[in-house]
Design a protein around this ligand. Structure first.
Ligand code: ZN
Length: 858
């Protein structure tokens, strides 16, 4: 209506802090948003419009507040039937409202612009499928982005119902939180059922000429959507996704004793989307998980874990929501714990928690030892801090600590506490104390003091085993405790006692549980017992703690493949890795230990995780001059197992992946070329082979072009450009760097591929000047305040090419206060990792005589 109302017409970005959000929540209670979105123009251009009518009450009539909105132009604002005056906008991103009545109705009409490329993922994004030119539109509202789609009180504790209508081009399908009714013939407006009371950050709307597959769970439709160019691939994936959704919903309904509250369960698989988002009844997810060819077991398992993680949020986050973003850790930790617990019912406890250790907890230990570490339950003063808090402390350490809590009070009691929590707090907002109150009620645990210890302090404790013995029997066994906390944390740690069977294996003699607090503890049960081959603390991995074994256990720890179970093997191998990170052990010892495990892991997913750990050790943690030899050992280990008897098709696939990544010698590369010639259907393997062969200058670019034509994946041409940057020539690297920094950056997965292809671990000399060029480009993005592009570039920071001056350049950039907190944190974490890796390189170069190669405490 009135351009004058908003000055120049644009309502631009602005932030939100905790204090003002609390004040607004104290004043208001929001009833319902009636939102109409007109997305019809998005078929041709990035413009769309919103019309929002919201009803809300005010506890102090006469007071003022504001509503959040980022738009190109506001065309109408009416509060209680009165058009607002020209000074309504008091600061960017806000429309001032007041004086308020006890009952209010607000109407806001606005014109918006959808993001794309580097600005994808904030509010509404418009993506064009490069393979056929079709347009798809999708939303991402977490943490503070719903305001880019319609006017709203954009904070988690102002929950409301949403009643949405959307106009789209007639050939499009529209998906949102509620169930939809397709428009009548000739009309173009989709009407969605009214949602329960939800926070704005899980609002969703997606539209486009989607391909759709439908299944059911009881009377709830489960609908899967993908772009048309992935039609065949979605059809092949659908059965597994639908079946897992049915199992997951049944599992959580039984565990939490509250039925799923939605009237539909939709998935929208999208290009350019990073990760997955738990929008209520409408999970948005990168379409990378619609596999282009038969996936490996690990890839399939990772997809299952994400599916179960997002589903757990339907209860934890959507049904019961955090009051403010300082509760985000609990949301994410809970979803991770729930997902791996649910996975355990499918693949078994040992394998599920070993995967948790490899893929999550390991990252949690690393993050907790970095200079950017923070308490799990830390202060989150504003939205920037909320975005920065999404890290491995939030996900992995938090989830580990919840698992530990469940073990301490018993799984059944923990489940009872959750059931009470969901029942009492349905559709409300809570704080950590609400959950702790239920834990206390069912178990009697002093949950507040437990939380003060485990959740409000940063840093990881270290437990060290010490033994004394005489004539083959223990005279004393103790566990010492080093802690950054005061008072010290309480550990209830299980210690596995393993004996040599005489045939090369270790057998479990017994498991002892020990309470360690502060000064340490004596393991009196072992006095007089025969000396074991290995005393392995935390062999069930329930404790979040670093550990070092006693001197007599070092040889067995270095040979984790001799252990009889998958979880203790993972604990031993990741302990060796932790020692490498602390520069107490050269990377070659970790490569050897992992290669030994390649011989014994029968689960293809575990094997792939072991090889991946070995690959990191052989590249990031090994000095450049020793990398080829270490990689060669990994490739040889995979080949040896491949040549051995009796392994499944999936194990063969995982071994081929591992072998191809590590292939370095001429005979290896010959074998990779054979795999490429022979394996016609495994496109993921074929791209891996091509990258390795291009990286070694073994084949020409024409092979990449022909692969892009034969792979039915619509993203195959983009993959070919990425793989081209692996070639060890200045021309290929120049093009690769341009790709990394060009305006329309590819999606996060593609950026990770590019980083992997470009920064080849054996091309250090060629790449050194490119690290400088890379840092210079990052500084330019900072000067130009292009933060989204800066974030995208930070993801691709090299970890395998680390000249000392580059490490310092990274530290400078990471300390620059102009850089948003979440990017600064990412840069400083990488800096810390490179600094540690340099220390471990020196250990390997110091020569065998100087290097401590023992695994035990000294
Ligand atoms: Zn999550």
């Amino acid at each position: 209506m009135d351009d004058e109302l908003v000055g120049a017409g644009a309502v631009v970005d602005g932030g939100l802090d905790r204090r003002e959000a609390a004040e607004r929540a104290r004043l208001l209670e929001v009833g319902e948003y009636e939102v109409h979105l007109d997305l019809t123009r998005l078929a041709d251009c990035p413009s769309f419009s919103s019309r929002t009518k919201v009803g809300f009450t005010c506890g102090e009539p006469g007071a003022s507040t504001w509503i959040d909105l980022v738009a190109e132009r506001v065309t109408n604002v009416e509060l209680n039937g009165v058009a607002l005056e020209g000074d309504a906008v008091v600061r960017p991103g806000r429309i001032r409202l007041g004086p308020l009545l006890a009952e209010n109705t607000l109407l806001v009409c606005a014109e918006h612009s959808a993001g794309s490329g580097a600005t994808a993922g904030r509010g509404l994004t418009r993506t064009v499928d490069p393979s056929d030119g079709r347009v798809y539109v999708w939303s991402q509202c977490e943490a503070f982005e719903a305001r880019r789609i319609f006017a709203c009180f954009d904070q988690p504790d102002l929950k409301a119902t949403f009643h949405l209508t959307v106009a789209v081009p007639s050939e499009w399908i529209c998906v949102s939180n509620g169930i939809s009714r397709a428009p009548d013939r000739g009309a173009d407006t989709w009407r969605f059922s009214r949602t329960p009371r939800l926070p704005t950050y899980v609002f969703a709307v997606c539209a486009g000429p989607f391909h759709q597959v439908e299944g059911r769970y009881q009377d709830i439709p489960i609908r899967l959507h993908s772009r048309q160019s992935l039609r065949g691939q979605l059809d092949r994936s659908a059965e597994e996704i639908i079946s897992l959704t049915q199992r997951g919903l049944a599992h959580y309904e039984e565990q939490f004793a509250v039925p799923y509250a939605g009237d539909s369960y939709d998935y929208v698989f999208l290009p350019e989307f990073g990760g997955a988002m738990e929008n209520f009844g409408c999970v948005c997810w990168t379409d990378e998980v619609i596999f282009r060819s038969e996936p490996s077991s690990l890839t399939r398992q990772m997809r299952a874990t994400v599916l179960l993680h997002e589903m757990a949020h339907m209860w934890f986050g959507n049904l019961v929501t955090m009051r403010w973003w300082d509760g985000l850790w609990l949301n994410e930790s809970f979803a991770d714990w729930a997902a791996f617990s649910a996975l355990a019912t499918i693949i078994g406890e040992g394998e599920s928690w070993a995967s948790f250790l490899y893929r999550r907890k390991r990252g949690g230990y690393r993050a907790d030892q970095a200079p950017t570490t923070h308490a799990v339950n830390g202060a989150v003063p504003d939205i920037d801090a909320a975005e920065a808090s999404v890290d491995m402390i939030t996900y992995a350490k938090g989830a580990s600590v919840l698992r530990q809590l469940a073990a301490t009070i018993g799984e059944e009691a923990f489940r009872a506490a959750l059931r009470r929590y969901f029942t009492r707090n349905a559709w409300r907002n809570t704080e950590l104390s609400d959950l702790l109150a239920e834990v206390h009620a069912v178990s009697g645990l002093d949950a507040a003091s437990w939380a003060r210890g485990w959740l409000e302090r940063s840093g990881t404790d270290l437990l060290t085993v010490h033994t004394e013995h005489k004539r083959g029997t223990y005279t004393a066994v103790s566990v010492r405790h080093r802690t950054p906390s005061s008072p010290p944390l309480d550990h209830q740690v299980r210690i596995g006692v393993y004996d040599d069977t005489g045939s090369g294996h270790l057998a479990l003699r017994q498991q002892l549980t020990l309470r360690v607090n502060g000064d340490g503890a004596e393991l009196a049960e072992l006095a007089g017992a025969p000396v074991a081959s290995l005393l392995l603390p935390n062999d069930d991995d329930r404790d979040f703690v670093k550990m070092r074994v006693d001197q007599d256990s070092t040889a067995s720890l270095a040979q984790p493949w001799r252990l009889p179970f998958v979880l203790p093997r993972a604990v031993a191998l990741t302990t060796l890795e932790d020692m490498m990170v602390d520069a107490q052990l050269p990377a070659s010892a970790v490569v050897d230990a992992a290669c030994g495990c390649v011989d014994v892991e029968d689960s293809p997913a575990q094997l792939e995780q072991v090889v991946s750990l070995a690959y990191d050790a052989a590249t990031i943690w090994t000095p450049p001059e020793k990398r080829a030899e270490s990689l060669g050992r990994i490739a040889d280990a995979c080949l040896r197992r491949l040549d051995g008897p009796g392994h499944s098709r999936q194990l063969t696939q995982s071994l081929r992946y591992g072998f191809t990544r590590a292939a370095v010698r001429t005979d290896h590369l010959d074998h990779v070329a054979t795999l490429l010639a022979r394996d016609a259907d495994d496109h993921a393997l074929r791209w891996l082979c091509l990258q390795r062969l291009v990286g070694a200058c073994w084949i020409g670019d024409e092979k990449l072009d022909s692969e892009a034509t034969r792979d039915p994946d619509p993203d195959a041409p983009a993959r070919a450009s990425i793989v081209r940057s692996a070639r060890g020539t200045a021309g290929a690297k120049d093009l690769g760097l341009k790709l990394m920094f060009r305006e329309h950056l590819p999606c996060r997965t593609q950026r990770e591929w590019l980083s992997d292809a470009f920064w080849q671990p054996l091309q250090g000399e060629l790449l050194a000047p490119y690290v400088h060029a890379y840092l210079a480009q990052m500084r330019m993005l900072l000067t130009e305040e292009r933060y989204d592009a800066l974030y995208a570039a930070a993801v691709a920071f090299p970890l395998t090419v680390a000249a000392d001056d580059c490490v310092e350049g990274l530290a400078d950039l990471g300390s620059d206060t102009r850089v948003p907190a979440r990017i600064r944190k990412m840069l400083l974490d990488r800096w810390d990792l490179l600094r540690r890796a340099t220390r471990t390189h020196r250990l390997a170069l110091a020569g065998d005589s100087d290097a401590p190669t023992t695994c035990g405490n000294q």
